[in-house]
Structure formats: structure tokens, C-alpha cells
Design a protein around this ligand. Structure first.
Ligand code: NAI
Length: 471
């Protein structure tokens, strides 16, 4: 079938987050007649509307406030009068950032001649999708890409009232700064949003089930990040299992069993539930198209991201793997190129992981725990940010870069960093690992002075055998 009619398409992408809209652009670039179906009023999905972009906006604003109140004096900047937060303006700016960003996606859809249909897409069968909502109609498609993303997860006994017991979505739109924010879950969302509200003056208590925060990270990063955030005033309660969350008036009480099994209570005016996200397929009627979901609600896919229906693919948070915008983007490109007959490839080991706290945390490749678990002989080289002139100049002396290499070949197997601009610095590690560089390769490359990136070179020098120059 070559699409002839208005409602016939080569590819339908359901969902317009970073996975979906990027898949659509790549499909259009490759000559396919493409439609994007989106149920929300704006394009961009979780990331642009209620995730990455608004959270970074609030992280940046609150970081400015913290710097102004804590470090300006040392820098020799005297601000007369009291420095105050105008929270309504901070939220308004965040909305403006989101609105400009989502308009950019409208522009990209127009530019690439992609049809956008507003409404909920449901499969009637493997080649027909019914859209209900603003652009109600049924379309006929050759291929579909499910990119419906994820939604905040919770615990079975929690009644998310979205006023006081909230998810990240509401935490980005509060009308006041909490006095005491109790955060359930010391993962990415809990740490990023916990830091925002701590900087703005809230007492923040993080309750984490595991024995360390962000347990997927290399343990050295978890430890350092917790140390720094404790210094910033965040309180941590590790190895605590939450058993109840109750709201009475404006008070939310969280009960959790500590390591010894003793019940502890934490009373706050808000409770942020950040215990992970779950795949979203509501209303999709995937089964009607022959698409199988697993018991975690994920769409089951093979290595080409093809579902159990031969002409339907799925990408991003709704399938297995890390729930990251940039992972979804790579998958979107992969499916589009695969449909065009190309042979694309993704190395999942080289998808970086970032936490946008300050200092930032970024990592790629294997953690030391994973290497030990797999009995891979390895070496570690570590270099502290405080030893850099650049870090002292900007007063960003917390953190380090840690490089793990194969003990026999010197190939870089993992890079783990915490420090200023780590989210940007990690790209050097990804590039090096993509080309299967050794620590020696990295150590011999010139790094501009003074930069934070010098820590990467120094850690590489350390990994090759105690050759770091500035410690
Ligand atoms: P997460 O998986 O990062 O962290 C959840 C945390 O909650 C874990 O530390 C877990 O041990 C803990 N936990 C689970 N059950 C618990 C319980 N009953 N009591 C106490 N602690 C419990 O999930 P999070 O932070 O909700 O983020 C969701 C997803 O969104 C993640 O997959 C993340 O990758 C993505 N995301 C990525 C960002 C980034 O790349 N910077 C920013 C925000 C979200």
C-alpha cells in the first residue's frame, strides 16, 4: 500500500515525547509519510512538559538563589538588602521555558511535513488506529511505533491526592514552598526535586528503601552525592521501608520501618512519591493489534524493537531498559532507519546516566560492583575536583572523576563522575568508549587548562598506574 488518502500513512507514531517526535522526524527524513498522534494539548511528552525540561529550569533557578545567598559574598559581590525567592515568578519562568520548548516541536513537525493528530490513539487492529478527541478519525497505517512513555509509579497503599501527597508532576507546579517535604525514594527524581526545595528553604527528608541512594550508580558516586547533599542540609533515611502514608489536614505522615524493624514516622506538609515510573499504555488497545505486554506492563520487543505484531514497533519508557529521554531518541532513530532498510545499532552499555543535582552526577559503562560481580580484572583511577584550579575559581570543589579500566588491556570499561558540569563532561567518556579507547589514549590527549575536563585526563592518568600529575 502506498498511502494515497488523507488518512493513510506509512508510519504512525503514537506519543510525541523525545522518543516519538524524533522517530517521526527520522521517518520523514527517510521519505515516509508520517503521522504523530498525541493525546495531550502540547507535544513533547513527559520530558518537555513535566520532566527533564521543567525540572532543569527549577534546578537552575534554585541554584542561582543558593549561589546568591551563600557564595556571592565570598566572590566579592555585595547585594544590598535581603535576597528573596519569588516562587510564583520561578514557576512562571519554568512554564515559559516549557512553552518555548514545546513550540519548537510544533515547528519541527511542520518543517518535516509530519501530520499531527490530537487525540487518544487506540488500535482497532494491526493496521488501523482510531483517534478519539480533537482530531477524531480512523487512520490506516503500514507501520506503527508505540512511544507512549511512562507515568509516575506509586506504592499500593498510597492514596496520591496530588495536593499534599504528590508525584513529580505536581512538585513542578506547587503554589508554595513546602516547609517539610518528605520524599519517598532516593532516586533521580527524589534527589533532583529534593535539592530544589531544600535550596528554596524547605526541610527535606529522603526515605530510601535500599542501603544507599540511587542504587544503580557506582557505590562511590552514591556515597559522595549523599555526603554533599547532607552538607546542603538534606536528611537521608536509608534502609527504610515505607509502610503507610496518611494525610490529616495539611499534614502528611509517612511511616517506615528502619533496619531494625522499628517503625519511624516523618511528618511533613508535602510528601513526594518518587519510587520509579511505570510504562503507560492506557487506552492503546495494544492487544487488538497482536501486541503483547509483559507482567510489568512493558510492551515486549525484540532486538529491533519490533513487538509481537510484525508491523508494530515500540520505543522508550514503554519498553525494557533505562527510562531516559536520550535512550528513547536513539531507539526512535533505530526503528525509523530499520524501516527504511538500513542496519542501525544501539550500544546500550554506552547510554550515559545523569542526575542534574549540583554537583551533577554522570556515568557510563560498567560500575565497579558490576565488574567485580562479573570477575573482570580491573583497575580504578580517581581524581578529586578540588585539585583543579578551575574548580577553586568557581567554588565547585566537590566531587571526583573515577575511571575503570580492564587490568590487562587498559580499555576503559566505565566512567563515573560527580562534579560541576559532569552531565556535559560525560560525553568525552562516551566518545572514548565508543572508539574503545584505553585510559592511556585519554591520558595522552591534550585537555584545555583550566577546565573541569582536566579531571578526566587526570583520572585516566591515575588509572594507568598512579601517573596523575596534580595530586
Ligand atoms: P528511580 O528508579 O531513579 O528511583 C526510585 C528510588 O526509590 C530507588 O532508589 C528505589 O530504591 C526507591 N524505592 C523504591 N521503592 C521504595 C519504597 N517502597 N520506599 C522507599 N524507597 C523506595 O525512580 P524515580 O526517581 O522515580 O525516576 C523515575 C524514572 O525517571 C527513572 O527511571 C529515571 O531514570 C527517570 N528520570 C531521569 C532523570 C534524568 O535522567 N536526570 C530525571 C528524572 C527522572
Amino acid at each position: 500500500m502506498k498511502p494515497k488518502n488523507m488518512n493513510q500513512f506509512d508510519v504512525a507514531v503514537i506519543g510525541s515525547g523525545p522518543g516519538g517526535y524524533v522517530a517521526a522526524i527520522r521517518c520523514a527524513q527517510l521519505g515516509m509519510k508520517t503521522v504523530v498522534i498525541e493525546k495531550e494539548p502540547t507535544l513533547g511528552g513527559t520530558c518537555l512538559n513535566v520532566g527533564c525540561i521543567p525540572s532543569k529550569s527549577l534546578l537552575d533557578s534554585s541554584h542561582h538563589y543558593e549561589t546568591a545567598t551563600k557564595d556571592f559574598k565570598t566572590h566579592g559581590i555585595d547585594v544590598s538588602g535581603k535576597i528573596e525567592v519569588n516562587f510564583a515568578q520561578m514557576i512562571a519562568r519554568k512554564r515559559e521555558v516549557v512553552s518555548t520548548t514545546v513550540k519548537g516541536i510544533d515547528f519541527l513537525m511542520d518543517k518535516n511535513k509530519i501530520t499531527v493528530l490530537r487525540g487518544l490513539g487506540s488500535f482497532e487492529d494491526a493496521t488501523h488506529i482510531k483517534i478519539t478527541g480533537k482530531d477524531a478519525q480512523t487512520i490506516e497505517v503500514k507501520h506503527s511505533i508505540i512511544a507512549t512513555g511512562s507515568t509516575p509509579g506509586s506504592l499500593p497503599f498510597i492514596n496520591l491526592d496530588k495536593e499534599r501527597i504528590i508525584t513529580s508532576t505536581e512538585a513542578l507546579e506547587l503554589s508554595e514552598i513546602p516547609k517539610h517535604l518528605v520524599v519517598i525514594g532516593g532516586g533521580v527524581i527524589g534527589l533532583e526535586l529534593g535539592q530544589v526545595y531544600r535550596r528554596l528553604g524547605a526541610e527535606v527528608s529522603v526515605i530510601e528503601y535500599a542501603d544507599r541512594i540511587s542504587p544503580v550508580l557506582d557505590a562511590a558516586l552514591s556515597k559522595e552525592l549523599m555526603k554533599v547533599m547532607k552538607k546542603q542540609g538534606v536528611k537521608f533515611h536509608l534502609s527504610h521501608q515505607v509502610t503507610a502514608v496518611e494525610r490529616k489536614g495539611n499534614t502528611v505522615t509517612v511511616t517506615a520501618n528502619d533496619k531494625k524493624g522499628a517503625a519511624q514516622t516523618f511528618a511533613g506538609d508535602y510528601c513526594l512519591v518518587a519510587v520509579g515510573r511505570k510504562p503507560y499504555t492506557n487506552g492503546l488497545n495494544a492487544e487488538a493489534a497482536g501486541v503483547t505486554l509483559n507482567d510489568r506492563g512493558q510492551v515486549v520487543v525484540n532486538d529491533q524493537l519490533q513487538t509481537t505484531a510484525q508491523n508494530i514497533y515500540a520505543i522508550g519508557d514503554v519498553v525494557r531498559g533505562a527510562m531516559l529521554a536520550h535512550k528513547a531518541e536513539e531507539e526512535g532513530v533505530l526503528v525509523a532507519e530499520y524501516l527504511a532498510g538500513q542496519k542501525p545499532h544501539i550500544d546500550y552499555n554506552l547510554i550515559p546516566n545523569v542526575i542534574y543535582t549540583w554537583p551533577e552526577v554522570a556515568a557510563v559503562g560498567k560500575t565497579e560492583e558490576e565488574l567485580k560481580g562479573a570477575n573482570i580484572p580491573h583497575k580504578a583511577g580517581q581524581f578529586p575536583m578540588r585539585a583543579l584550579g578551575r574548580s577553586r575559581a568557581s567554588m565547585d570543589t566537590d566531587g571526583f572523576v573515577k575511571i575503570l579500566t580492564h587490568a590487562e588491556t587498559d580499555e576503559i570499561l566505565g566512567v563515573h563522575m560527580i562534579g560541576a558540569r559532569a552531565a556535559d563532561l560525560i560525553t568525552e567518556a562516551v566518545t572514548a568508549m565508543e572508539f574503545r579507547a584505553s585510559a592511556e589514549d585519554l591520558a595522552r590527549m591534550s585537555h584545555a587548562h583550566p577546565t573541569y575536563a582536566e579531571a578526566v585526563k587526570e583520572a585516566a592518568l591515575a588509572a594507568t598506574g598512579n601517573r596523575a600529575l596534580h595530586v
